[in-house]
Design a protein. Structure first.
Length: 189
């Protein structure tokens, strides 16, 4: 069984990226599970807090879950052509101290996807994630990206992704990533 952890870089209740991530969790192949974790309880990174108290419980828990997983899926919004601050904050916490950053990220397969009401999906945000994740030693999945444009017309009143063509793209994306993760895991065995 392939065990993936995913988080949405948006805190909004009706987040399009959370909807895409939920769809991916439903559409994973039979040999895979995608567990969705919330980042809502992770505070702003503060080195003084880290020095005095260590990582907050929500951070320590997410670190452990990612470190025990076979891969990470990040559903990223795009704010002002870049990475959303709350999502980058999560990565900043997860990467500290450096030994934990290596435990969480070094060699970990990571897939980046995103959805936007605009016409470019989240291409700029996804591109901005690449140097961040590579600097941590993560193995960013290079095969494809999933950047869903004009997503507001693809979800229903319950904030679920319902467009069949887009669901097919999500299924293909998450299936491809699961196959990649399985190959990486087999190569390490």
């Amino acid at each position: 069984m392939i065990h993936l952890i995913g988080f949405s870089g948006s805190l909004r209740r009706a987040s399009y990226n959370s909807a895409v991530l939920r769809a991916a969790a439903r559409l994973v192949p039979d040999n895979c599970e995608l567990r969705i974790e919330s980042i809502a309880q992770i505070p702003l990174y503060n080195a003084d807090v880290e020095s005095a108290q260590g990582a907050p419980e929500a951070v320590a828990r997410l670190k452990d879950l990612i470190a025990e997983s076979d891969g990470l899926v990040i559903a990223t919004p795009e704010y002002n052509n870049g990475i959303p601050g709350v999502a980058k904050n999560v990565i900043d916490w997860l990467s500290r101290p450096p030994a934990d950053g290596a435990r969480v990220f070094r060699g970990r397969p990571v897939a980046i996807m995103g959805a936007s009401p605009g016409g470019f999906g989240t291409v700029s945000s996804q591109n901005a994630w690449l140097p961040v994740l590579r600097s941590l030693g993560a193995s960013v999945w290079p095969e494809t990206r999933l950047a869903i444009s004009r997503v507001s017309g693809l979800v229903d009143a319950s904030d679920e992704l319902v467009d069949e063509k887009t669901l097919g793209l999500v299924r293909e994306f998450i299936g491809g990533f699961a196959a990649h993760v399985a190959r990486v895991r087999a190569a390490r065995s």
